[in-house]
Design a protein around this ligand. Sequence first.
Ligand SMILES: C[S@@+](CC[C@H](N)C(=O)[O-])C[C@H]1O[C@@H](n2cnc3c(N)ncnc32)[C@H](O)[C@@H]1O
Length: 307
Amino acid sequence: MRRRDRLAEDGWVAEFTEIYEAMRATPMNDWVGGSDPEQVGDACVALLRSLVQLNGESRVLDFGCGIGRGLVSLHKSGIRPRQLVGMDIMPPVIDFCEQHIAPRLANTQFELIEGDNDHYDRFIEQRDRQSHAALSAKYRDHFTDGYAFSVFTHVTRDDFQKLLTFVASMMKPGGRFLLTCFELNAYSRHMVMAGQSMFPLDRQRMADAGNIFIANPDDPLAFIAFDAGLIRDMVWRAGMAVTKVKYGCWMGGGIGDGLQDLIVCTKLPEIRNAQDVPMTALVARDPVAKSPSLTVRARRLLRRLTS
Ligand SMILES: C[S@@+](CC[C@H](N)C(=O)[O-])C[C@H]1O[C@@H](n2cnc3c(N)ncnc32)[C@H](O)[C@@H]1O
């Protein structure tokens, strides 16, 4: 590496170090889940990049960005998106991001948005916040990619649907949005009921006809799991479809890369004219059977198999 490039790289690394140090020093790091912010951010980004292709042309939404652990690690991983927008309902975390991150990361901005959350309301003071309607209009069909780490693990069923619909309105058709959640499916239900999941979950806490699981009735949004079919239905109602899933290790039994389940939703693409759809040619079986390089026996066998 040339000296000038090395100095630029050193300056770049120093910028990240200063941001992570500010994160470590603020009590807000505990509000968003605690642990070392750099390690958490890097782990989230590794999972994101294993499922969603990002590059310098991406316009990325970090929904429920908190103090920006994910988006700083995204830059650190070498992705410099064309635009990166962090949104959150808590004024202090957005203030933190505007003070410590926006001046240092190119093309990055933050929006303080409306919303209530019983788990976070104690940190929300009265301030003017952008309405969903205003942001839907500002960013309509805009983001190519997006993610929400540890947000849909802390919202009510009504908010799950409302927030997905809001996010979908801002995604470009065909755009990908990764969310983390706790999914109730045959395996996770079995493991929770058998007392094998990674958290000490009370097995009796099923609600909403068994579609929702709440760990702590005193703080129901601290840990909330939703039925797999219910999640797919809500994603579909929002105008997206579940296109990839990676399960987390919270279920127990040694499965999963991360802690939470990862679900990639794709906003339904625009419908094209039939002649504009790039189709793969069907395999023609006849010419293979007539290929001169096949022995007579092989050709006979192929004909018998394909007739
Ligand atoms: C556990 S923290 C995770 C923060 C960040 N994604 C991270 O991984 O560091 C959950 C975040 O979701 C935000 N949140 C909760 N309800 C929300 C809502 N209705 N709309 C947007 N953000 C919300 C909270 O304010 C909080 O910052």
